[in-house]
Design a binder for this molecule. Sequence first.
Ligand code: ATP
Length: 491
Amino acid sequence: MRPLDLTEKDPSKRVTIYFEGRPLEAYEGEKVTVALLANGVYWLTTSTGGRKRGAFTFGPVPMVVNGVKNVNARKTAVKDGMRLERQGYGDFQERVEIDEGKPVLQYVVDVAIIGAGPAGLGVVKEIGGRLTTAIIEERGWLGGDLKLKGVEQEGFGDPSEALKELSDLPENTRVFLKSVAIGVFDKGEYFLVPIVRGDQLIEILAKRVVLATGAVDNIMLFENNDYPGVFRRSDALEVMNVWGVAPGKKVAVVGAFPEELTAELDRWGIEYVVVPNPKRVEGNEKVERLIDANGNVYEVDAVIVSDGRRPDINPVTQAGGRLYFKRGYYRPVLDSNHRIREGIYVAGSAVSIKPHYANYLEGRLVGAYILREFGFDAEPCVYEERLKNYEPIAVPVHRLPLDEFNGEDVQICGCDVTLRKVDDVVKSGITDLQIIKRLTHLAMGFCQGRFCLFNGAVVVSQRTGTPMDKLDIPVARPPLKNIRMKVPARR
Ligand code: ATP
């Protein structure tokens, strides 16, 4: 077994890959980043500002694969003999290459559902084949965040058993995996949902759209929070529970919701320490120690940020929805039918933070509203009642020790935007997030603000004393996720 393997892998799938010329064991089907982690390789790329980066904190991981630059290692599977080399972010400039490409595919359906987590699958289940549906999922699997869990979940029990049942989809359902929906647009009596799968552009025309796009991990601010070996909550869960690889031999768990991770670490028998107030990560090529605000030093080889999630507001604002602030996060303003406007529904943790099962119920609720709109018998009130048992979870907004941190070492955004850069602009009196975006490039890079904008808002709120609910949050523009521009450019 490789140093960080948690499970035996199938020997018939064993292959050899070369990282910077060094032969390493890997298994067919594994993601490059996971295979490297299993071998104890954390530092994969270097930011424009010269900062070492791993695969599990911010953004894409551009690497040189078989001599080809700019391959996103997060989305690439290993192949026997593959040669991998580190590459700087600065080289991540795509050459403009508009080619003939594949012809655009078009489908017309009654309902397009973006996101195949418990909420999206709940919508499809409720509709039960009575309408034609397309479900669009960026990841390579159905189940969203639930798929990342190993321990029992309230309402669902064993997550893998629950997923078997949820993934049994009715006829009339078209499933698009590894497919990114880049926005929702009005097109006559339809909505146009363009999706990109690899180099293929697919246009879905739908009478109704459901945003079941889930929530985004909270990024915690501390010094060197972008260092190789710092893991986002969902990436740590994925490496353990989907790929059977440990984030490290001894890890520190930080953030307001450590128990979500410690339950999983216990399951795998991984040693950990919970550190409530992280200040700084240090190490040579990867995390070697974590120092807290009281000066305590913890010798660890990985840090997992388990600070909860907040609804992904980008799909909502892009599609024309408005937001309000409650329980520590921005969330969509919905009408009594769970719509941001006529024809566009929202379900699941895109609405509010609650257990997976409640998100599933909310998917069913939205499915029932849609069925009723199309003239079918449906009973949304059953789900409305059951959902009353689930009060949305409050997510704490941390007070940032702005004057105690070395802001130069704190990455507010993975695109080399430091906390100091944003803070200096705010301190100079510029407090409009639109202008801060333009001056600092916060929320203008790979994540389109999904991970970084909230912390930008916290800095403004803290420095100016303006409550979070009074801040003007910029509207997201398409494409919602990173895609190669040559794909939509063919249109
Ligand atoms: P829960 O949060 O309880 O798991 P949920 O269904 O509300 O329930 P997720 O499980 O996070 O939320 O599922 C949302 C899914 O939406 C994720 O799997 C994510 O990959 C997918 N997704 C988000 N945005 C897009 C997009 N633009 N295109 C395709 N898929 C997307």
